[in-house]
Design a protein around this ligand. Structure first.
Ligand SMILES: Nc1nc2c(ncn2[C@@H]2O[C@H](COP(=O)(O)OP(=O)(O)OP(=O)(O)O)[C@@H](O)[C@H]2O)c(=O)[nH]1
Ligand SMILES: [Mg+2]
Length: 574
């Protein structure tokens, strides 16, 4: 990649835009992060497992449910912890590498159920930077609250951020090996994360025979009940042994962590390679091919007879005008599709209002009603609804964003293909006219539904209206009292539904609008750039020819040299 960058840099003005794009790609590659979530039931030893991998005892662990909020851990030369609160405020803690126990104490105040019960402190997430080798190269480990230990909405929130993770570790242990709650959770996980690693922790508490038996059992149930592949690799580990060994010697070998460390390193480099090949490699090829063509066109425009160049340029303009007409038609069609998708969103929102009203009515149907004490009954209803609202809407948000991602991809990919051929037509025409080598490239404009980063938690509202005083309700006749209460419950549910569905509808609408807006502007940029890099460069070269011949000759030999250099840089290889 550095060869590319230095070649483009040496091109000066003519290649400055390509140079900037390439530098940006290198930056992305260097700062690209891989997210690896650690999942499992409470007390399986997830936090201890991460500590052992990092060879630092920094995450709080405990015999009682410990981790209450997700913790993101990445590399940093100096240890640093940042606690982000739901209200947007932050608290930071920094220490020296040999004082990590202070950081553990600091974290305990915010991430543990014991010192921060029910997350009363309102912590949204914790971000740690730790100077640990395993984290080098952009790996982010995510410690999650154990499923089964907290409210259901925690599990839903975990499921929602999973598609943004590159892989996940499933942590099991022998006591008991796997529960039904875990299996149903893992089934959801398997549907969302393409790369899963399964480990059985705490193997120090069982014999070799028992371990063998547990491993076959786990492999069988994961396959039959959670849709894992039949030959899923299950790694036996002891995080406790690994930690006590300080990363060395017989204990370390016995702990299984040397194998695990290897797996993580291999995963990091393989994954980076894929990212390179898939995205960055492809983009580099486009940049280099466009740059080469631009320089070669400039050389031709400086060497061919002026009248001939002018003639060819005129022909190229005709192709260009036809392309511009097509571009305008496409932009109009996209605007129409955008409008249709917004209408579809309104239909979905209406459907969701209906569905959520039915769901919440179902929730309160099982609540006991005291007809004599309306405020007390209302309090019961509010509590029941408050408990169900976050989980229900988290799931719906996940479904909605999945649905719209697919819809957007289906809608915009045909335009992306048409744009691709439009650009290729212009390039091919220019190459044919000026008789230069032409390499077809695959381009794609981003189609992703823009998502908010997964740590942006949605705060679902579940208590909109204050508990009614109802001091006069007791004086009402029984029939009227019942009617008053039914009316109040209906109003309450309606308010909850309206505000939460609106929340979700608006977030989706913004994302859809932003994706369409970006696609249309990227499309215009791509066509303009192509025109600039073909007809534009020829026109500039022609203009230069009217200037001093001496300077022209110098420019020509510089460009010829540059063209040779670029030609040697064939397809980008890792
Ligand atoms: N024997 C043994 N105990 C372990 C091992 N790993 C963790 N433990 C113990 O298991 C208990 C739970 O460990 P944690 O790391 O807090 O578990 P967790 O999965 O993060 O728990 P939550 O955060 O509550 O979900 C602690 O008492 C640990 O000391 C191990 O390899 N062997
Ligand atoms: Mg934990």
């Amino acid at each position: 990649m550095n060869d590319f960058i230095s070649a483009l840099e040496s091109g000066g003005d003519i290649l400055s835009a390509f140079f900037a794009q390439c530098v940006e790609l290198r930056q992305r590659l260097q700062t690209g992060r891989l997210y690896l979530a650690v999942l499992g039931q409470f007390k399986r030893g997830k936090s201890t497992f991460i500590n052992a991998l990092m060879k630092s005892n920094v995450l709080p662990t405990s015999v009682i449910p410990a981790t209450a909020v997700p913790t993101y851990i990445e590399y940093g030369a100096e240890p640093c912890a940042k606690v982000v609160f739901v209200d947007g405020t932050e608290e930071k803690f920094e220490c020296k590498s040999n004082q990590l126990e202070h950081m553990r104490e600091f974290l305990s105040k915010y991430v543990t159920e014991k010192l921060n019960p029910h997350n009363g402190a309102g912590v949204e997430r914790v971000a740690l930077s730790i100077p640990s080798d395993i984290l080098q190269g952009g790996l982010v480990l995510i410690d999650t609250p154990g499923i089964g230990s907290t409210h259901t909405h925690n599990t839903e929130a975990t499921l929602r951020f999973l598609p943004q993770c590159d892989a996940a570790f499933i942590v099991l242990s022998p006591d008991p090996p796997v529960t039904d709650a875990e299996l149903s959770f893992f089934k959801d996980v398997a549907a969302r994360v393409s790369k899963l690693f399964v480990v059985i922790n705490k193997t120090d508490i069982v014999s070799a025979d028992e371990l063998q038996e547990i491993t076959s059992f786990v492999s069988h149930v994961l396959h039959t009940k959670a849709d894992f592949p039949e030959d899923v690799v299950i790694l036996p580990l002891s995080a406790r042994d690994a930690l006590s060994s300080h990363g060395d010697g017989a204990h370390w070998m016995r702990s299984g962590f040397h194998v695990l460390t290897d797996i993580v390193h291999r995963f990091k480099s393989a994954e980076k390679e894929t990212v390179l090949n898939d995205a960055i490699g492809q983009k580099l090829n486009v940049i280099i091919s466009d740059a080469r063509m631009k320089v070669e066109l400039a050389v031709k425009a400086l060497t061919e007879p002026v009248s001939r160049v002018e003639e060819l340029l005129q022909e190229l303009h005709n192709t260009m005008n036809a392309a511009r007409t097509q571009e305008t038609q496409m932009l109009d069609l996209i605007t129409g599709d955008h409008r249709r998708l917004s209408e579809f969103l309104e239909e979905q929102a209406a459907q969701l209002r209906k569905e959520s009203t039915e769901y919440l009515e179902q929730v309160i149907r099982h609540e006991n009603v005291s007809q004599n004490d309306i405020p007390e009954s209302m309090r019961h209803f509010r509590e029941a609804i408050a408990e169900h609202v976050p989980a229900f809407f988290e799931r719906k948000l996940g479904e909605m964003s999945g649905l719209f991602s697919r819809k957007i991809a289906d809608t915009l990919s045909p335009y992306n293909n048409r744009l691709n051929s439009l650009i290729e037509d212009i390039r091919k025409k220019a190459a044919d006219l000026f008789n230069i080598n032409y390499a077809k490239c695959h381009r794609s404009v981003s189609l992703e539904l823009k998502r908010k980063p997964y740590w942006v938690a949605h705060k679902w509202s579940s208590s909109l209206i204050p508990v009614p005083d109802g001091f006069f309700d007791g004086f009402l006749p029984l029939g009227l009292r019942k009617r008053v209460m039914r009316k109040r419950i209906r109003e309450f549910i309606t308010d909850i539904v309206l505000s939460n569905v609106e929340n979700l509808r608006y977030a989706t609408l913004l994302n859809v609008d932003e994706t369409f807006r970006r696609f249309q502007s990227d499309m215009k940029d791509a066509v303009t750039e192509t025109v600039e890099n073909t007809a534009g460069v020829i026109r500039q070269a022609l203009k230069k020819r009217t200037e001093l011949t001496q300077a022209n000759n110098q420019e020509l030999s510089r460009l010829q040299e540059l063209s040779n250099r670029l030609r040697q840089l064939t397809t980008y290889q890792l």
